[in-house]
Design a protein around this ligand. Sequence first.
Ligand SMILES: [Fe+2]
Ligand SMILES: [Fe+2]
Length: 289
Amino acid sequence: MTTTIVPTPADLSITPRDRRFGREAAEPRLWHGGRVEATAIYNALSTTFPRGEAFFVESVRAFRDGAPPRLAEEIKAFTTQEAIHSREHDAFNKRAAQAGYDLTALEAQVERRLAVTRGKPPIVSLAATMALEHFTAILAHQLLAEPRHLDGADKAAADLWRWHAVEEIEHKGVAYDTWLHATRDWPRWKRWKVKAKVMLYVTRNFVVDRTAGALELMRQEGVTGLRAWRMLLWYLWVRPGMFRKIAGAWVRYFLPRFHPWDEDDRHLLGAYAAMGTRDEPRRKVRRAV
Ligand SMILES: [Fe+2]
Ligand SMILES: [Fe+2]
């Protein structure tokens, strides 16, 4: 069955870049330009990555048996990239904790959400991974397309987020292609229904949990109540307005013949490569898992 209009580009290479960020110096507590709400939402997002991306890996790997050779190779590269992301965000989160943030409530919430999904059939975990990978890919696109999202950010932290964004774009088709392969015998309607339902569920949890997490970290800075809500909502929905700017790309996920590579954003990868890796030496990539 033909299932995609624009598949993953044939010449795309998914390249794990084994880099380390911010090990030499303590991170400023308000690393994002001294802004409480900006630091809070990125820290809240980062808190999800170590456990969340380990979950993505296990969800995709559960379906790698019988995958065509190219997809099997992509799954391997995806796995390595996500494992390194988990390591770097774990280090980033430890620096946030050293700077004085208590992340335990946020981490516990991630665990709770993952436990619910793990209690369902493996195909649901794959659908949730595919939905969250779409989220990370459209956030990554926006982050790289509009440098203002990282205006004023500490250099090592900004480098970490850009590096992660590049690799999220590179591997954005992997969970999706794994899903297409795993559900190749499903009727189209059933496929769409499960994909759409899981995306709606995941989106609700994503928005509610990240907002609550950011508000908790703002509370730890002494910013509470209406003032906190106003600052955070303005930042997310108005200026720079990350959530507003990804809304169109989010909706496209529901188109019947959607594929992540309908949006060919390899120019952002090219622009990143042209910047060079000035800050950290490249290392030879080891199998990180
Ligand atoms: Fe990642
Ligand atoms: Fe990813």
